[in-house]
Design a protein around this ligand. Structure first.
Ligand SMILES: Cc1cc2nc3c(=O)[nH]c(=O)nc-3n(C[C@H](O)[C@H](O)[C@H](O)COP(=O)(O)OP(=O)(O)OC[C@H]3O[C@@H](n4cnc5c(N)ncnc54)[C@H](O)[C@@H]3O)c2cc1C
Length: 337
């Protein structure tokens, strides 16, 4: 384990903004993680864990230690006629695990195909797409407590999952996720709640999709809307879809009859942040070095040499306008550092 000083993070985040970290360390094993916690610098410096860097925007140099996760491996720990339980090391690539599972006809994460990033971030962010959240298949999460250096295991209920939220996100810097235990079903559980999936399956004449069909169809839909990582600097959806009261939604619908919304079970309504930003006229715009993706207004992009603070200033402009026009406060889904 080598602690390197003054390292550029440009290739460690998908936004591709050029910031430096005061120190940078790659960890390959749990024991590397424990070693770093006992290192003298650890007590003096602040620290931050990164995986694929696909949900982070650095707005300035990082004045501390960046811990880059490179823990690898996966192991089937239990198998019955109905399910398989797998432990996956946190530095494994998420989409590769989705493909691996689909090749073994295991159900539960096929709708989450092509989400960039690592296994370790999946519980932190409670990643979700097309009607599925990863918490539905998480049995437990094993971490190293970055204060005590001790290993801790969290059951599903202890993870305190919410919309793009978890106990790990609520205590930034406290835990390093080392592995995640997933329980995947051998019994088909096709989730086609989203119309786009139904349409794509019909277009491909698939009536009884396999896990691999689902992965392919979800990937095709995503590729038609989102840029590939590396194609342009970005971090996927920049803002969360806001949740507002029914009365508020009702008022907005009178003014904006084509408002895109999804009623929730609890009397609240989820509004499409992409629709809002598109409606404000931001789809595909370029403002200096930053802007929005031409196919998806919710994806803020670095058109070249943008700094993180330029991206964040642009985001704040959208937040202000959304508040003025819709009386809604957009919250970033991307972590701003
Ligand atoms: C094109 C694109 C599309 C996307 N689509 C989706 C989508 O559909 N749904 C969705 O939910 N997200 C989506 N995202 C966001 C992103 O892919 C996810 O949030 C992903 O889980 C981030 O993984 P990462 O390894 O890159 O995490 P990073 O960006 O490196 O880190 C994210 C957070 O997790 C923490 N973290 C990472 N690893 C660990 C660890 N081992 N232990 C403790 N904390 C850790 C970091 O400290 C940080 O707080 C998209 C991003 C892009 C670029």
């Amino acid at each position: 384990m080598i602690i390197e000083p003054n390292t550029s993070l440009v290739s460690y985040t998908t936004f591709g903004v050029n910031v430096q970290s005061k120190y940078f360390v790659q960890v390959h094993t749990s024991s590397d993680v424990r070693d770093i916690v006992t290192h003298e610098l650890w007590q003096q410096e602040k620290h931050y864990v990164i995986g694929g860097g696909s949900n982070i925007l650095f707005t300035q140099d990082f004045d501390g230690i960046i811990v880059f996760n490179n823990l690898k491996g996966k192991k089937v720990v239990e198998e019955t006629d109905e399910y398989t339980i797998i432990d996956v090391a946190s530095g494994e690539n998420w989409h590769e695990f989705v493909v691996w599972s689909s090749e073994r006809n295991l159900w539960g994460i096929e709708n989450l195909a092509l989400i960039p990033g690592t296994i370790g971030a999946s519980p932190v962010q409670n990643i979700g797409a097309y009607g599925v959240e990863v918490e539905e298949v998480i049995e437990s999460v094993t971490c190293i407590n970055l204060v005590s250096g001790k290993q801790e295991m969290f059951t599903h209920d202890q993870c305190n999952f919410g919309y793009r939220d978890s106990i790990f996100k609520q205590h930034p810097g406290k835990y390093f996720v080392t592995s995640v235990r997933y329980k995947l079903s051998k019994i088909p559980r096709i989730n086609i709640e989203y119309g786009a999936i139904v349409d794509k399956l019909a277009e491909q004449n698939i009536t009884s999709p396999s896990t691999q069909d689902m992965v392919r169809v979800v990937s095709l839909i995503r590729q038609s809307k989102l840029p590939n990582v590396g194609e342009i600097g970005m971090a996927g959806s920049f803002f969360k879809n806001p949740i507002i009261s029914e009365e508020h939604a009702h008022t907005l619908l009178q003014q904006f009859p084509d408002l895109k919304y999804f009623p929730l079970d609890n009397g609240f309504v989820k509004i499409s942040a992409g629709w809002i930003i598109d409606n404000l006229g931001y789809k595909g715009v370029q403002d200096g070095n930053v802007g929005t993706y031409y196919k998806h207004a919710l994806v803020l992009v670095n058109y070249g040499n943008a700094t993180g603070s330029e991206v964040w200033e642009f985001a704040q402009k959208i937040i202000r306008q959304t508040h003025d026009v819709f009386n809604i406060t957009l919250e970033p889904e991307v972590i701003i550092l």
